[in-house]
Ligand binder design. Structure first.
Ligand code: F6R
Length: 251
C-alpha cells in the first residue's frame, strides 16, 4: 500500500486525478470504477480541466459506479446517475453507453445485481476503483459488519443515513430506504484501488482502516489485504496516522 500525503483538498484532488489520468493514458480502454459523495468532486473537476486542455481522452474508456439508490430515477437530482452526469460525464467524451451505474429502478433488484456483476466481468473487470470512505469505515454502501464475500447486492440504509438524507427530499417518504452497492468482494476484485480522504473528521477512521485489525466491523480495513492500493489524503485526514506511522507516508 502506498500512502500519499497532500497539503490540502485541492492537492489531494490533483494527485488522485493524476493517478486516474495515468491509468487512462497507459490503457485508453480502462474500466474506471467511480464513486460519488463530496470527496471526489475536486478530482472530477481536475479531470474535466485536463480534458478541456486536450490532455485526456475518455472515448475508449468505460466507467462503472459503486452504487445507486433504489427507487430513484436517473433524472432525480439525488440519484447517483444525476450526480455523475452533472459532475463528470456530461463534461468529457466517454462514448455513448460506456458509463454504467446500478439501475435503482429495476423491478427485480436481485436480477439487477447479478446483471451488474456480469457486466463488470464482461468488461474484463475494473482497472482502477476510486473509493471514498465513510465515517463508519464504509466503502460503497458496505456498512460495518457487511460480509466480506459479497458481490453487488441490495442494502437497507442505516436509519442515520436516511435521517441525514431527509433534508434533500420534499417528504420523509421519498427518502430512499435501500441502495444497490458493489460488495466488498466486487471492490477487492479491482486490479488497482485508489482511496481518497480529506478533512480531520476522517482521520481516526482512516487510521483504524489502514493500521487496525482487518475486520468486518471496519469495512475499509479489508483494503490492507489488496495487493495494489494507493491512498491519497490531505494532512488533516492523515493526522492520526502521522502520529503513529509517519514512516508509512510519502509526500
Ligand atoms: C459513494 C460511496 C460512499 C462515499 C462515502 C464518503 O459512491 O459509495 O462510500 O464514498 O460515504 O462520502 P464523502 O466523500 O461524501 O465523505
Amino acid at each position: 500500500m502506498q500512502i500519499f500525503r497532500t497539503q490540502d483538498y485541492q492537492a489531494m484532488s490533483r494527485k488522485a486525478a493524476n493517478i486516474i489520468s495515468a491509468q487512462v493514458i497507459i490503457n485508453p480502454s480502462s474500466v474506471l470504477g467511480l464513486a460519488t459523495g463530496s470527496t471526489p468532486l475536486g478530482i472530477y473537476r481536475q479531470l474535466i480541466d485536463w480534458y478541456n486542455k486536450g490532455d485526456l481522452d475518455f472515448s475508449k474508456a468505460y466507467s462503472v459506479n459503486l452504487d445507486e439508490y433504489v427507487g430513484l430515477s436517473p433524472d432525480h437530482e439525488q440519484s447517483y446517475h444525476y450526480y455523475m452526469n452533472e459532475n463528470f460525464f456530461s463534461h468529457v467524451n466517454f462514448a455513448e453507453g460506456h458509463n454504467y451505474l446500478p439501475d435503482g429502478m429495476a423491478k427485480d433488484i436481485d436480477a439487477e445485481c447479478a446483471r451488474y456483476d456480469k457486466l463488470i466481468s464482461d468488461l474484463g473487470g475494473i482497472s482502477l476503483q476510486l473509493l471514498g470512505i465513510g465515517h463508519t469505515g464504509h466503502i460503497g454502501f458496505n456498512e460495518p459488519n457487511a460480509a466480506f464475500d459479497k458481490m453487488t447486492h441490495a442494502v437497507d440504509l442505516h436509519p442515520k443515513t436516511i435521517e441525514a438524507n431527509a433534508r434533500f427530499f420534499a417528504s420523509p417518504d421519498e427518502v430512499p430506504k435501500q441502495a444497490i452497492t458493489m460488495g466488498i468482494k466486487s471492490i477487492m476484485q479491482a486490479k488497482q484501488i485508489l482511496l481518497v480522504a480529506n478533512g480531520a473528521e476522517k482521520a481516526e477512521i482512516l487510521y483504524e482502516s489502514l493500521f487496525g485489525p482487518v475486520t468486518p466491523a471496519v469495512p475499509a480495513s479489508i483494503l490492507q489485504l489488496h495487493p495494489n492500493v494507493t491512498v491519497v489524503a490531505d494532512e488533516a485526514a492523515l493526522s492520526v496516522i502521522m502520529q503513529h506511522h509517519s514512516e508509512a507516508v510519502s509526500r
